[in-house]
Ligand binder design. Structure first.
Ligand code: SAH
Length: 218
């Protein structure tokens, strides 16, 4: 028996409603909307919060961290999909929800998380969903994950004050980095596309992420 069975019957319908709301909010890529309709977000939060899993809002996942707002997950994914990536690096796996969304759209997902307990939890949830194209690593995402570089796209789910240079270095030619930057409660979401050694930067919308913190935690 799987966890959170109580809301099993209603979750498909509430997920449909969430996808419709994301469409109304401006998400255009039908592949992304389809995946938002399919990934059971309630499996990535504590049972006590499962009934709120399909609200378009961030929710606490413990350790002072959050599961990102569905709109933000969909938006960042949509922007990455514009370059048709095959291999993606995510920084800040958290509970693994964004990784699961990416896993349905690209061939290989690599994801780095600095809190060991969250890495364990993300692994469990992804294996429960039989997702096997995500590799998770406990480490400091400021350094990226050099051994698998270059990446066609990099998605950062926590906000640094400046773009970490290692991430730009690990971006393939033609690759794209989507990252929130800033040190207040609200940050700027920016999209950087690399062409040779030139990086083109475009500002998207204001967002609100937890800070990207250096070092790892057991
Ligand atoms: N991707 C998640 C969002 C998680 S919140 C989702 O699907 O909802 C951001 C995560 O970034 C937190 O779990 C936090 O621990 C992690 N984080 C913060 N700084 C980090 C760093 N330097 N390296 C790796 N992960 C980091």
């Amino acid at each position: 028996m799987s966890r959170h069975q109580g809301i099993g019957m209603t979750s498909q319908r509430t997920r449909e409603r969430l996808a419709a709301r994301l469409g109304d909010a401006g998400i255009r890529d039908v592949r992304v909307l389809d995946v938002m309709r399919r990934v059971p977000r309630h499996l990535f939060v504590d049972e006590a919060l499962a009934t709120r899993a399909y609200e378009d809002t961030a929710l606490p996942i413990g350790y002072g961290q959050t599961i990102s707002q569905p709109y933000t997950v969909a938006r960042m994914t949509e922007v990455l999909m514009e370059v048709e990536p095959k291999k993606v690096l995510e920084v800040g796996s958290g509970c693994g929800y964004q990784s699961a969304v990416l896993a349905h759209l690209v061939a290989e997902v690599y994801s780095v998380e600095r809190i060991q307990a969250l890495v364990r939890r993300a692994r469990e949830s992804l294996s429960e969903l039989r997702i096997n194209n995500v590799r998770l690593r406990h480490g400091d995402g400021y350094a990226g994950w050099p051994v698998h570089a270059p990446y066609d796209a990099i998605l950062v789910a926590a906000a640094p004050t400046e773009v970490p240079p290692a991430l730009l270095e690990q971006l393939a030619d033609g690759g794209r980095l989507v990252i929130p930057t800033g040190n207040g409660r609200e940050q700027r979401l920016i999209c950087i596309t690399r062409e040779g050694n030139i990086c083109h930067e475009r500002e998207l919308e204001p967002v609100s992420f937890v800070p990207l913190t250096a070092g790892v935690e057991r």
